[in-house]
Design a protein around this ligand. Structure first.
Ligand code: AQP
Length: 326
């Protein structure tokens, strides 16, 4: 039986953090055996907010290297830069002509980002390009954090509209989100998600942070004025976030951890969380340091070549269906 296709992407907008890893990337790695996996550094998306060209250029390679360091294996997954496969942008245009403005107006990520950087067309149509990223490979499933749920709903809606109008073309892609870790919160503001563009660097633990930095970030993590370590997302958002992280890194249940740490005090509890995260990130840092930028560039160029071939086959079908065939 042929394997089903999984697609996902990450923006090269800055340093990758444990939110990206726990919400999405660890699933990317885990799915490689069972699925035909296609992963992308979505650099066109990164141009939808103000950026510095040199920084973007460097960040693309850094992100690709980090993906390989966490375990995305180019011999098992197709890995490439979105901008090197123009079929993404072409399909985005076709889907854009089928996208009601009302759907885009509802996007919370757009509203939040537009408040910071202004109302721009690229930012507004970001979810349409994301739908094209997924559909150009006829993906069946998309491993992402839960902040992408609204975008994925639009993707499913566009796939459905296209199929109804032009005949069965796209599978309706399923979202794959981990049970725990789907939304890791900022260590400084546990009501907001950990984010690459967070102005406060203490809010995010980066995959390449040193052990000292990680310990400091957990030590200064915002919690509450109680003393009890217990899970309550509403009333104890900070502690609950730390319990989630602790649970994922140790493989122990939250109940088990609460039993052990309920009366330990926040200081020792935070130290224990920091220790398992430092241990969990060490192999990633080592793998990252063993990778060479030029090798990574070569792998990405080869990936783009294969991805263009695959995407072109799908686009030839799409063009034919919409009346733009040769
Ligand atoms: N805090 C998070 N918890 C769980 N998953 C998360 N993801 C992002 N933040 C969290 C997931 O990581 C994948 C890659 O994200 P992205 O690079 O496409 O951009 P994003 O969602 O906009 O993430 P950031 O870090 O917040 O970036 P900026 O600051 O650029 O907006 C996605 O699957 C996402 O769900």
């Amino acid at each position: 039986m042929t394997k089903q296709t999984v697609f996902s992407g990450i923006q090269p907008t800055g340093d990758v953090h444990i939110g990206n890893y726990l919400g999405a990337l660890r699933n990317w790695v885990a799915l490689q055996d069972e699925y035909d996996t296609i992963y992308c550094v979505v650099d066109l998306h990164a141009t939808t907010v103000p950026y510095d060209p040199k920084e973007l250029h460097d960040s693309r390679i850094l992100t690709a290297k980090l993906l390989m360091a966490v375990g995305v294996d180019p011999s098992r997954s197709l890995l490439y830069f979105q901008s090197q496969v123009p079929q993404h942008a072409e399909l985005s245009w076709i889907l854009g002509s089928m996208t009601p403005l009302g759907a885009l107006n509802r996007m919370t990520q757009y509203k939040e980002k537009a408040e910071k950087v202004g109302q721009m067309l690229g930012l507004y149509s970001y979810p349409v390009l994301m739908a094209a990223d997924i559909l150009v490979h006829k993906a069946h499933a998309v491993p992402v954090g839960d902040d992408q749920t609204q975008h994925l709903e639009l993707t499913r809606d566009l796939a459905d509209r296209f199929n109804n109008r032009f005949g069965e073309t796209f599978p309706i892609p399923e979202q794959i989100t981990p049970k725990r870790g789907a939304r890791i919160m900022s260590l400084q503001d546990p009501t907001a998600k950990m984010s690459k563009s967070d102005g406060d660097p203490r809010g995010s633990v980066l995959l390449l942070d040193s052990a000292d930095t990680i310990v400091k970030k957990f030590k200064t993590a915002v919690t509450d004025s109680e003393r009890e370590v217990r899970y309550d997302r509403e009333k104890k958002a900070g502690i609950s976030n730390l319990l989630d992280i602790f649970s994922i890194y140790t493989g122990r249940s939250v109940e088990d951890l609460v039993d052990e740490y309920v009366d330990a005090g926040y200081g020792p509890f935070k130290e224990a969380v920091a220790e398992v995260v430092v241990g969990g990130l060490a192999p990633i840092r080592n793998a990252f340091n063993s990778l060479d930028d030029e090798d990574v560039s070569r792998i990405m160029a080869r990936g783009a070549l294969d991805a263009r071939t695959r995407a072109e086959q799908e686009m030839a079908d799409v063009r034919r269906r919409v009346g733009l065939g040769a």
